[in-house]
Design a protein around this ligand. Sequence first.
Ligand SMILES: [Zn+2]
Length: 453
Amino acid sequence: LIPPKDACSQSWTVQTGLRAAKVDAQGYGFYLAKDYDDLLDHPIAMGEFQIAQWQSNGTPHAMAIQGCIHEVDLERLQDDLQAICTSTIGLFEPKTKKAPFQSYLFLVNAVLAGYGGLEHRNSTALLCKRDQIPQMNTPLDESAYREFLGLCSHEYFHAWLVKRIQPKAFQPYQLDRRNHTRLLWLFEGFTSYYDDLQLLRSKRIDLKTYLKLVANNWNGILRGPGRLKQSLADSSFDAWTKYYQADENTPNAVVSYYGKGALLALGLDLKIRNFTNNRLSLDDIMRAIWHKHGVTLEGIAEDGLDEIVIQVIGSSFTKTWSEFKTRYIFGSEDIPIQRWLPNTIAAKPKSHSKLEKIKLQLGMRYTEVNGWLKVTHVLDGGAVQLAGLAPGDLLASINGERVTTARLDKVLTSLNPEQVLTMCFYRDDLEHECMTALDLNQLPDQFDLIPTA
Ligand SMILES: [Zn+2]
């Protein structure tokens, strides 16, 4: 790496998890990568950073943040991240407490708007909003910061599940084509289950907050008609062509292997705890996968989980596991979390405001175009679909009142949940009028999760 020549880069440093061979104080110089794959797996950032550093179980960790103008509250970040990382190392290696890397680096690019992350073997590249990072003398939205910690927790978990435990189908990863596996519900879904769970276990959030996050995800899945049409195995296999090529029909045809995969992990965890009287949990499965496929780097076959589940839980679990797979992984049934909860947690039907109810019944997503309300998605079974509207239509009025994105809520609030609606809309250059009825049967199940103790 050669330093840029311009004067403003004098204060820059290099941040990367790549192994340094001969570098100067700023980090410029020679780095070593075993091969091309190893090089690709190490993002490199150059610029001005604010850096948090800590040890988790004796392994050095750092977070290098770019893009924050104000002084970052490094102490708070260090505290929170140390707790999360220590907890995750302890989950996989409760005895040795040994991390599978010599050091770990979180590279953070903080911007006005943006969110996401990519996992690597000993680092991660994260994108977030500046507002999500705690900074001195700057008000912090705690839930946005919690979301950022969830992202850190997610990508960190991938250092075990995805970067070391891998689908056999990804070994070697073929960079010139799409690589398919039916197991993304395990790799992304289980990671999504553990990302927030690790926030709870490391005491970064309380049980009430955790249950709210779980319920939010669950309710989101229950609102998507696609969950009844696509299985998690198919959602995984078709990720390249469906999940990552979303169109107007995606909510009706596709289920997220992240969201429903996380729910599946919760369901399996509850099943195992119940079956073994809390002697075992999903953690034991994760550790078994780790030792069989992660430590050895031996890819997991498409049906590779079967053997591990039965080995860990016992052959008496065979029938339960087989039914679980048929219904919720290869089938598209709803996962009945409400029936599997321990008696310390209750699932209650969510109470909605009148406006929320009506919006759920309509089943319409929209955007604003030149002052018009443009329909982007029409959900199966909703009042808007029954009325005959389609994505692309411009909704002009409901019951004679003009609707725009700004006025929609006001117009809807004046309706009641069992009312007949007359809707006027434009499709291309032609005006149409249609009638439909709001029906309480159009309401999807939605839950609140509440600690009973
Ligand atoms: Zn992920």
